[in-house]
Design a protein around this ligand. Sequence first.
Ligand code: FNR
Length: 417
Amino acid sequence: QAIYSAGMAGRRPRVPVAETALEAAAQRRMAAADFAYIAGGAGRESTMAANRHAFERWRIVPRMLRDVAHRDTAITLFGRRYPQPFLLCPIGVLEAAHPGADVAVARAAAARGVPMIFSNQASRSMEDCAAAMEAVAPGAPRWFQLYWSKSDALVESLVARAEACGCEALVVTLDTTLLGWRSRDLDLAHLPFLLGRGIAQYTSDPVFTAGLDAAADDGPRPPVNLTTLRNVLAAARHYPGSSLAALTSGRALAAVRRFIATYSRPNLTWGELAWLRQRTRLPIVLKGVLDADDARMAADHGVDGLIVSNHGGRQVDGAVASLDALPAVAAAAPKLPVILDSGVRGGADVFKALALGATAVGLGRPYAYGLALAGEAGAGEVMDNLAADFELIMALAGCRGIDEIRNGAARIVPNDA
Ligand code: FNR
């Protein structure tokens, strides 16, 4: 309503409402390499494209004369009610979009009661984001996303910090034990610049930073060549306000080196989930599940929720579209809440995902574009637009609430039916 009224009064929004215009405007605003990192996908970007095509293959069949004067878009997840059926996906290196980075997004999310999933590769620490949220709306919802480090002590520390700063769920991202083949980033040789701007959760961690100044005792050096390290230092100088520049150059180098040595555990297996389960009282949500057997395994291992995701097409080029994977995953784990991300761009997408079995959806790149264009206000507008767009679609399709969408009160049909 407010968005319409503003439009009627001739007030232009700060960020374009249409998704393609939003992305184009962000591209004009951002440095080419920063935009490439956010917008890009893996390889030939075929999975990124497939994510969108999957949504286009479904059509909503609206129902009429069903009294939609009173509507409710709220959902309940892990016992808490949220006003909208969407969360903010964890996005690393948000400094590439805007100097306000994660803190600006945290404020915008808190003002709207939209849960923000803090990234393990954030540009600002979870404590800074949590404090910003408390200042806007005490108790505003936040989750933490973990990349399972080689170091048990670091994992324990990150989990304890997440609990201490009020995170209500732990999202374990499974699809990035190795970084995907990011063709745009490789072409621009930009990865070293990015690296240093996404390690704030590490440089703010007492376990990670212990003895960092004397990093000579770190054991075998990771295979990083001198050029990479020089580029990292250049990045620190190039972005004087950045999280990396806050470290003196010697420590920055040591921090990046230690990060590369410890950040991921490619030999992780299902058995290790029990270890994590014992160390946190938070619900554990697995992100990156695309297979029904994996969904069953997750349920058998006492996991509390799933995120069906292909990381926005940034990891396995050629992977199944996230929406296409959703029905089988949801059917295989009927007791678990299932969140769908990758390719969600508008209200109709939210509707289709819910109709195909999702409990909620995750929003990725669009809020980073809003952030790039107008900081906190821009990220907030993107959330407001998605909320308004979705509520209209829901009502015009003849549904009063999320349950009616999930129960098929208005159907979706394949395009070719
Ligand atoms: C991501 N994503 C991601 N996921 C995660 O678990 N941890 C992370 O640090 C990041 N970082 C990240 C950076 C950037 C620039 C992007 C675009 C994505 C993946 C993210 O959480 C989500 O799965 C996708 O963004 C969803 O796809 P869409 O909505 O961007 O198409």
